[in-house]
Design a protein around this ligand. Structure first.
Ligand code: GLA
Length: 395
């Protein structure tokens, strides 16, 4: 349970906001995610290594007798009311409600229900900070509706429905990692997710004397969506060129290309930027496999080094970091009790993660926080996190 969330208060607030009914109120919650390593390769068929964390979005929901849908949010002023036909239409402007409308649309897919619902949301997930507040919202809603309307939709289908809603109703052409991690997260484990096969295995993450510190740069990710789509296009272009090499013609994704084949044939790209983008993808995929290996051996320091290499590649080759994330990275890296640090998520601002000795958490936040403030003028926020559960109902 998140520290500032009180189940009974949340239910009481729901009852105060919506009119009386004998129907049961259900409460669902879904986590934020971090990606431990494997960045920007979920849309290149790579292996990625995300985990759900103990920051949650919660939703209380109750069926109504008519076809009205009422939505409120404890953290955002206002109330939203629709009929069912209005609700599933694509809105002309994107807002947080668009994610819900998209999920509703693809979940029912023409077989519209007769009864609407009242729903109340609250969240302690940092919004727009690269820890998938949108996937948490989509999955909480998709899972909750599937339960409420007894649709019995498998989790993997909820992942695809949520991702489609994000593509079509929010215009972000994300990979599958965020929705997948939010759906399948498991306490104390990361998911080794094969994004080309859409399958995963769980890998225990035993951190011993260390803790994962989530660091929010509080730098708005203003360019994130346009730059994200630009990287996606660069990767598609590079793959088309590389597939003209006969031995690579069968590769469906950049991450299918073995490193030695890339080194042998990279000249076909004939463009330094494209070459760097592909270099990142191919070697990042190798770093994910190496990470699982060293974690299995309990070698946390080796894992930390891979995190650092990943950040450097995202900075030099993929160019998705920027001043704020790089300042956190350099400052954390020079801190004695930090054994690994990197940006997490899409980049261009948002969050970093660092592996910090338990005994040094406060001092780390003070030292890195004041260095960051003096260099960027912004206050960073520090959250020690543990690995939590995927979307579920709260009893
Ligand atoms: C965003 C996207 C994900 C993934 C990451 C980068 O979070 O939603 O699909 O591509 O960026 O790894």
């Amino acid at each position: 349970m998140h520290a500032d969330f009180k189940h009974t208060d949340f239910l009481n607030d729901f009852i105060a906001r919506f009119k009386n009914s004998t129907e049961k109120i259900h409460v669902f919650r879904s986590p934020a995610r971090i990606n431990l390593i494997g960045e920007h390769i979920d849309y290149n068929g790579g292996k990625v290594f995300p985990a759900a964390i103990d920051r949650y979005l919660s939703m209380a929901i109750r069926l109504r007798d008519d076809d009205t849908i009422n939505i409120q949010n404890q953290d955002i002023q206002g109330s939203w009311s629709f009929t069912i036909p209005q609700f599933h239409e694509k809105p002309s402007e994107a807002s947080w409600i668009s994610y819900l409308r998209g999920v509703f649309h693809y979940l029912f897919n023409g077989k519209w229900p007769d009864r609407g619902f009242d729903a109340l949301f609250t969240s302690n997930v940092p919004m727009g900070a690269g820890v998938s507040s949108s996937a948490a919202l989509e999955l909480c809603f998709a899972y909750g509706l599937s339960w409420l309307y007894k649709l019995e939709i498998p989790r993997l289908d909820l992942v695809h429905i949520s991702r489609k809603a994000e593509h079509e109703y929010a215009g972000v052409h994300c990979g599958i990692m965020d929705q997948y991690a939010v759906a399948f997260g498991k306490a104390e484990h990361a998911l080794l997710l094969d994004t080309s096969a859409c399958t995963h295995t769980y890998a225990p993450v035993k951190l011993g004397d260390y803790v994962i510190m989530l660091i929010n740069t509080n730098k708005p990710r203003s360019l994130a969506d346009s730059k994200y789509n630009e990287r996606l296009e660069e990767c598609q272009k590079a793959l088309t060129l590389l597939r003209t090499i006969p031995t690579l013609s069968q590769c469906q994704n950049l991450c299918d290309i073995p490193p030695d084949q890339f080194e042998q044939h990279k000249a076909i790209l004939n463009n330094a930027n494209l070459e760097r983008r592909v270099r990142h993808c191919i070697y990042e995929n190798q770093r994910v496999l190496a990470s699982v290996d060293v974690l299995n051996k309990g070698d946390l320091k080796a894992f930390g080094k891979l995190l650092i290499e990943s950040h450097i590649s995202l900075r030099e080759n993929y160019e998705v970091t920027g001043l704020h994330l790089d300042t956190i990275f350099e400052s954390a890296r020079s801190y004695a009790d930090c054994i690994g640090v990197r940006m997490t998520g899409a980049g261009f601002g948002g969050c970093a993660i660092a592996l910090i000795k338990k005994t040094a958490l406060d001092d780390f936040a003070r030292t890195v926080g004041s260095d960051y403030k003096s260099k960027t003028g912004l206050e960073a926020t520090f959250y020690p996190v543990t690995i939590g559960e995927g979307v579920h109902e709260l009893e």
